[in-house]
Design a protein around this ligand. Sequence first.
Ligand SMILES: NC(=O)c1ccc[n+]([C@@H]2O[C@H](COP(=O)([O-])OP(=O)(O)OC[C@H]3O[C@@H](n4cnc5c(N)ncnc54)[C@H](OP(=O)(O)O)[C@@H]3O)[C@@H](O)[C@H]2O)c1
Length: 233
Amino acid sequence: MITGASRGLGEHIARALTNYGFNTLLCARDMDKLKDLADEFNQQEPGDSIALPIDFHRPESLRDISQAIPKQWPPISVLINNAGYYRPAPLEDTNLNHFKKHMEVNCQGPFILARELVPKMARQGSGFVANILATGAVEARLNHCAYNASKFALRGLTLSLSEEFQDRGVHLVAITVNGEIDSPKKRSEQPHRDPSSFINPRSIAREIIHLYEQPRDAWTRELDLHPQIKPGG
Ligand SMILES: NC(=O)c1ccc[n+]([C@@H]2O[C@H](COP(=O)([O-])OP(=O)(O)OC[C@H]3O[C@@H](n4cnc5c(N)ncnc54)[C@H](OP(=O)(O)O)[C@@H]3O)[C@@H](O)[C@H]2O)c1
């Protein structure tokens, strides 16, 4: 299950996990994009990919996720919380609604999904959850109070659940993407920037597979990914 699979990093993760051989549950609000992606994946292996509408601003849309899975599929054993909400603003322009929206997508949604899926993984004795953080989960940034709070909270949630579930076979990992992810839009916005100062989303997806494959005696709990070249460096 990959959240925020309709574009950006989530799409790359979905592609990598599908190529790896997983059945993929592609989640976001934009069903047209998700269906196109699922159709593309199902051309390789029919029936292996499903588009599922979820909206973290409407927690009721997260109910009964397990029932969206075809009977012949195995239970969900991998959850990638990638969906993100990012609208930086100074405190005086951050009203409660703005703050809540960050919390709903960046922390409350992953909490609801963890409540639904992680105990089931524990009962099976195995599972893997990767939560995508950002620099804003480990460093305060100017005018980022809502984003900082929500990503710090997601980091705390991940580490706490790791404490609670690792000895029951569930590997939870907080991945800090410590830099800007490469995309055509970012490149056109910053035409003079050294492209190698962006993080390639395919590299992040590859790291997720590496984490998934880790043996039980050497699990990473936190991973900090950053490009070798700093922007402007
Ligand atoms: N971009 C960067 O440079 C960067 C840097 C560091 C960390 N990150 C982190 O990496 C992750 C992916 O970033 P990105 O730039 O690839 O994101 P993005 O292009 O902005 O896409 C965000 C994804 O989240 C989904 N989403 C947003 N609001 C949602 C909601 N209410 N309910 C359900 N899904 C929702 C979107 O789908 P719909 O709109 O279809 O719902 C979309 O698939 C995020 O967690 C972000 O914090 C990004």
